[in-house]
Write a protein that binds this ligand. Structure first.
Ligand code: GLA
Length: 725
């Protein structure tokens, strides 16, 4: 039992083992946050809401004095046009054009069922629902809070119900809002670009608004739907961290605002840029969920809570913690240039080497020899593969591998049969030429007929060829958001409807093929978000497979997402994206910490490298349970130091694996140690590689020597630790 309500005083206490989330209904009936953070006593915390008469403000119409001004309230669901000038959570326009939404408390329910609105939702937990209502319009807002006794997290979402007679246009429908008293906070966001995703940015929270957002139709490589508020001196192991992550794959917005009352508001949800949703009488709108995780012990503990929450309650349990296929993907090995013979030679060359899935990437369909044609034509390119896919699928089976296939289901090229037949299925603005991205257009998957087409063609191919693994790609941002099927006043529903269309497709494949593993991909990590993870247990982390660059991308990604979510492949050197030369060992060791695989032509590697692959795959199979289900500790940040060091510890602390990379070698350089984390301090551990034994407290307090010498940039090392008593 995690939810306690003091009915008389209208106080709400959400408590798990480590956190308290306390709210009250104030004298005016506004729901306010009193506290969120490390667990505190179940006291009446209303004393914390100090307010004064502040000039140049507006008090509520029924306020008792000037201090009851909405700009000073700590709103759980902020609105606009009634005195709160900060970031609103809900905004609406009524039929007469008025826009005041005045949400007052109506009631609550414990053990409520949370609606999903066609989107991914966390499983299990205990849910509190608090209902607010705008008495004039009868617009109702249900706020949902789901908690788990053993997790320092609260998952929030809103349902907005129009119980009035008029049609309401929703101009904004965020998923959450919270006002925290500022403690010289900083914020951490994960920003980047294609091939440079989720780079860590930390800045001071200063007066004004900072927003991360995407208006691209996907969560995007540019900004991840994540933000953390950090205590002034927070590190990986110390200080406060409040993480906010939308469980959503579409255009989003998360804002951090510091106002003159020293309150830091964090609010976010579906991006309200180009958003407006028609709510007819009786209709409702459900927002995506937002996972909020807290730690008083640094950023690392916050990350581990996200990882546990997602592995235990979001990602499909058929895959979340189960062994993953070790994949070989032909993309960087062949690009578009392959034949049946070449593919079969690749497959045969990895027989019995511990690789168990071959994924045929782009170029097998339509008449696709480059990225100018054929997306949408999901039938075999007969000139390239005259015998179809079957011989390749059979070759996989003969050699003990599963067959995986690449699709980019949401796209179409102008040069395609699909575009010729159904130009109206392409997203476009009437009477205007269409923007291209990688020479391709986007299909209007808000339309059911388009989704039916995608479902049918993909189902046929998956069935006919016993495809057991799909790489689902998506290689451009959306433009000209408009659908033939929506009336003009509802065109701004498009972006969210696109995301719902995407989820509808994924849900269909999940149901139709329960054992089919889908790897998410959007030019690599352009849609690496928790919404997608619900259906695709692993995501191609980045098109950048360079071992050094991957340390940063994987480190940044792990701030919010578990290692099990990251597809990490060993590729060739010099690397195709950066031209960097790294050793085979380094590439293998960095790609080890995730859902591992390979991305090259295995017929072109040396015999020693092949032997190394065999050994590595055997080891991976022994280690993967720890990698996929263990606790991650980040030791050295490649953003701040010359090292990348991280370790993963089994839940029972009996085993751990650490990896380190020294970025640049220094002639006559200094010596470094790395202090481990997460071990059992009193236990004795053996370092498998050296046979040495040490107490956990020694490994954590004194550390291990980083073995790098002055020669060799990007050198790596791996250590295994086993508890021996
Ligand atoms: C994207 C993906 C790559 C590869 C290509 C194929 O860029 O991220 O891994 O599949 O498309 O065109």
């Amino acid at each position: 039992m995690s939810i306690f309500v003091n009915d008389e005083e209208k106080l709400f206490f959400i408590e798990t083992n480590d956190i308290s989330y306390v709210m009250c209904v104030n004298r005016l009936g506004i729901l306010e946050t009193l506290y969120f953070g490390k667990k505190v006593g179940r006291d009446d915390l209303r004393y914390i809401c100090r307010r004064g008469c502040r000039g140049y403000s507006a008090s509520m119409p029924d306020s008792k004095d000037r201090s009851e001004d909405a700009n000073q309230f700590r709103a759980e669901c902020s609105t606009s046009h009634y005195g709160d000038y900060r970031v609103p959570t809900v905004m609406a326009t009524f039929e007469d054009g008025s826009r005041v939404v005045d949400l007052r408390y109506e009631g609550y329910e414990i053990n409520a069922t949370r609606p999903d609105g066609g989107m991914p939702t966390v499983r299990d937990g205990e849910t509190l629902k608090i209902t607010l209502v705008d008495k004039k319009s009868l617009l109702k807002v249900n706020l949902y809070y789901t908690v788990y006794q053993d997790l320092a997290s609260v998952v929030r979402s809103l349902e907005i119900v129009n119980e009035g007679d008029e049609t309401v246009m929703l101009d904004r429908a965020f998923s959450f809002c919270i006002d925290l008293p500022n403690q010289e906070y900083k914020y951490l966001s994960l920003n980047g670009a294609h091939m440079n995703e989720r780079q860590i940015c930390v800045n001071d929270v200063i007066p004004g608004v900072y927003t991360v957002e995407s208006s691209r139709g996907t969560s995007s490589p540019q900004h991840n739907p994540f933000i953390a508020i950090l205590g002034k001196n927070a590190t990986e192991t110390e200080g406060e961290a409040f993480g906010f992550n939308l469980i959503y794959s579409g255009s989003f917005q998360i804002s951090v605002e510091l106002n003159e009352c020293n309150l830091v508001r964090v609010a976010g949800g579906v991006n309200s840029f180009d958003f407006c949703w028609e709510l007819k009488s009786g209709a409702s709108f459900v927002t995506p969920e937002c996972a909020i995780c807290y730690s008083s012990n640094g950023i690392g503990a916050m990350s581990r809570t996200f990882h546990d929450l997602y592995r235990d309650h979001l990602i499909n349990p058929n895959f979340a913690k189960k062994p993953r296929p070790i994949v070989i993907n032909n993309w960087e090995g062949t690009y578009f240039d392959f034949t049946e013979e070449k593919l079969c030679a690749m497959i045969e060359s990895v027989k019995g080497k511990g690789i168990d899935t071959f994924v045929l990437d782009d170029g097998w369909f339509g008449h696709r020899d480059n990225d100018y044609s054929s997306l949408g034509d999901w039938f075999v390119y007969e000139k390239k593969l005259p015998n179809g896919l079957k011989p390749i699928a059979q070759c996989c089976r003969r050699n003990g591998l599963k067959f995986g296939l690449w699709f980019e289901p949401e796209m179409v090229n102008r040069d395609s049969v699909l575009f010729e037949t159904h130009p109206e299925w392409t997203i476009q603005s009437p009477g205007r030429p269409i923007c291209k991205g990688r020479e391709q257009y986007v299909l209007d998957i808000t339309r059911e007929d388009v989704r039916e087409y995608i479902k049918k063609v993909m189902t046929d191919i998956i069935r006919e060829n016993d495809v057991e693994y799909v790489k689902w790609d998506m290689n451009r941002s959306l433009t000209e958001c408009w659908s033939q099927t929506l009336p003009s006043r509802r065109q701004k529903e498009f972006m969210h409807r696109y995301c719902l269309g995407y989820y509808d497709l994924l849900r269909y494949f999940e149901k139709e093929f329960p054992n089919l593993i889908i790897e998410g991909c959007a030019s690599g990590g352009g849609r690496f978000d928790a919404g997608q993870l619900a259906y695709t247990p692993q995501v191609w982390t980045s098109d950048n497979s360079d071992a050094y660059h991957r340390t940063k991308i994987q480190y940044g990604t792990s701030i919010c997402y578990p290692l099990s979510a990251m597809s990490c492949h060993v590729s060739v050197s010099p690397n195709h994206q950066t031209g960097r030369i790294t050793s085979f060992k380094s590439r293998c060791q960095i790609a080890y910490f995730g859902a591992t695989g390979y991305e090259f032509d295995p017929t072109k590697i040396t015999e020693e490298e092949m032997q190394e692959i065999v050994k590595r795959n055997e080891e991976y199979r022994r280690d993967e349970e720890i990698i996929l289900t263990g606790d991650l500790y980040r030791i050295n940040s490649p953003f701040d130091t010359n090292f990348f060091t991280q370790m993963v510890v089994s839940k029972d602390k009996s085993k751990a694996i650490a990896v380190s990379m020294q970025v640049l070698a220094d002639a006559n350089g200094p010596f470094f140690t790395a202090r481990l984390q997460g071990l059992d301090a009193d236990a004795t551990y053996k370092i498998v590689e050296s046979g040495e034994t040490f107490k956990g407290s020694t490994l954590m307090g004194v550390g291990i020597n980083l073995p790098f010498c002055s020669h060799g940039d990007f050198a790596t090392a791996i250590w295994h630790f086993e508890k021996i008593d």
